[in-house]
Design a protein around this ligand. Sequence first.
Ligand code: PXP
Length: 247
Amino acid sequence: MTGTALRLGVNIDHVATIRNARGGDYPSPLRAAQIAAKAGADGITAHLREDRRHIKDADIPLLRNEVKLPLNFEMAATAEMVAIAAEHKPHAACIVPEKREEVTTEGGLDAAGQHNRLSPIVRELVNAGCRVSLFIEADSAQLKAAASLGAPVVELHAGRYCELEGAAQQAELERITAAAREGAALGLEIHIGHGLTFENVKPIAAIAEAKELNIGHFLIAEAIFLGLGPAVQEMRRLMNEARGISQ
Ligand code: PXP
């Protein structure tokens, strides 16, 4: 084995999107998390949005207590979400910006501009025992703000990289790579996520400083055709290949 392993966090939000379309209790996000765990995921990610459009409050204790993998709880920086994190104590809490009207998390958190507002929230989450991560753009000012806030982890937003093509995509990849290097030098653990697919994951997975990728929508979509276990296994295979890890 050469290269160092990269953790795969599987975001199961969109299993809940399908469940909620009919208002019943299937497909179950818990069952999806258990299948992802068996298929080689290293963590489960779930975003409890203010409008509860996918994950609901009752899913959180199930995912926290009945899955063997660490739970990464994605949350807006609100008193309501801090209280929920303090109650359930997920392994990690990833603070994301949240706009009610957006289809998905559109941009990174403005850790630099909202330093004073975020500071007590990061402190409360750390005190609750959560490993705090800030979902930010690949930008030097945001990295420095995350470090000064005392967050041990940042997740770099890969959304723009995933939407672009050709030279523009390459330039965005270089920006993310440089940010990963700068963040690691600041002592931050580097995660990357949003929009990743079988097609675009390898250059991101090859970034040496990255320790974890969080991937959701594509895996749940691909599960329709492949099944969730095989979709997770194929993502893992591509990530390993990108890092020169023999399978
Ligand atoms: N990471 C963060 C912080 C996110 O907000 C999301 C989307 O909820 C993801 C990763 C997963 O993105 P996608 O569903 O596009 O793979």
